[in-house]
Design a protein around this ligand. Structure first.
Ligand code: DAH
Length: 357
């Protein structure tokens, strides 16, 4: 035990010189399970009984001295490492920032915006109505009375009957907003109505929820020439084809008389669809002169006022214009689909990036 002081001094000088790794080795060598000091403690049993007590005390002091020295050194080294790390760590403020992800505009929203912009330029304003409608607004006032065959075509979602026994419906088209507007406003009326519509129908070309845009013009002398001009101009502006062939084909809707369907010229040569070229026709919307019975149902005198109405499906128009092949993908909420078919929002100046000049 004579060499304890020497051993202590030797260990302390090693601790002083050690880095973090060497310090741990040192701890194991001196204080570990078979470390120098540990072995000496184990050897106490071999000493003469009268020497054991003081040897035990001395070794204990030595053990604590070394352990404390190692802890103290470790603290210093760790603090130094942290300081060095912080000193070396630099934020490069001149790096260009990562572009902010701005999201995409859904093709349905984009198509509605485009259509509304075209009609607003012509002097229309936007009107809206509720998704849950009365049977009167959705059917009866539009000259689709009970038992009328047109009701069967609509695959209507009915709500449970209310206290008065009336069954409301999820509107099957945007046409009830015509009724609401004519009941509540005096002519002249010039509205477009974009919105959701509902029919119990689901396959590759039908979805139980879809969108339509409706138009209504009521004035004293509005005639079919206006209807024709308005819709021709709309089709050409929407599909961005100046000489787009547009034809009006006689048809039937209970709420218009006469009624027509509007076709646009296209070609399907070579498999793809090309709008505006070729000898084929593609149906795009329904329209007509508002049936005098509908005007009467809304309290408008058909001897004084007349007008036209039209309606078309937004999804179908979007699919045609933007080459989207499957209707169902509109509602899948697939972010990759939206990145592909969606529209970049208007670029707003990025203030965080700094203003130049
Ligand atoms: N409501 C019709 C439908 O859902 C579309 C329509 C056709 C609306 C002719 C009109 C119209 O206003 O005049 O199929």
């Amino acid at each position: 035990m004579e060499n304890l002081d020497e051993l202590r001094d030797d260990l302390l000088s090693q601790v002083k010189a050690a880095d973090l790794e060497a310090l741990e080795d040192l701890r194991v060598l001196a204080l570990g399970r078979s470390g120098t000091i540990t072995e000496m403690v184990k050897g106490i049993g071999q000493l003469k009984p009268e020497d054991r007590r003081s040897a035990g005390q001395q070794l204990n002091v030595l053990k604590n001295t070394i352990a404390d020295a190692i802890d103290a050194r470790k603290e210093v080294l760790e603090a130094e490492a942290l300081d060095a790390g912080l000193a070396a760590d630099r934020i490069d403020v001149t790096l260009p920032q990562r572009p902010a992800s701005a999201g995409r505009i859904h093709p349905i929203s984009q198509t509605i915006d485009e259509m509304v912009a075209i009609f607003c330029e012509m002097g229309f304003t936007v009107a809206e109505g509720p998704h849950i409608e009365t049977d009167f607004n959705n059917f009866t006032a539009l000259n689709i009375p009970p038992e009328h065959p047109a009701r069967q075509d609509h695959d209507t979602f009915y709500l449970p009957a209310g206290e008065d026994g009336e069954r409301k419906v999820l509107r099957t088209h945007t046409s009830p907003v015509q009724i609401r507007t004519m009941v509540n406003e005096k002519p002249p009326i010039r509205i477009v109505v974009p919105g959701r519509t509902f029919r119990a129908d689901h396959d590759a070309t039908h979805s139980p929820m879809f969108h339509q845009i409706e138009g209504l013009v009521i004035d004293k002398a509005t005639h079919m020439g206006h209807l024709r001009g308005c819709l021709e101009e709309f089709c050409r502006a929407f599909f961005d084809v100046d000489d787009l062939p547009v034809r009006f084909r006689p048809s039937y809707f209970p709420f218009t008389e006469p009624s027509a369907e509007v076709d646009i010229g296209c070609s399907r040569e070579g498999g793809g669809l090309k709008i505006g070229a070729g000898a084929e026709w593609l149906e795009i919307l329904g329209c007509g002169m508002v049936n005098p019975r509908v005007l009467e149902n809304c309290g408008i005198n058909p001897m004084q006022y007349q007008g036209f109405a039209f309606g078309l499906g937004i999804e179908r128009a979007a699919m045609l214009k933007y080459g989207i092949p499957d209707l169902r993908t509109f509602y899948d909420s697939d972010i990759r689909w939206l990145k592909h078919y969606g529209f970049v929002p208007l670029d707003v100046p990025n203030v965080a990036a700094g203003l130049v000049g």
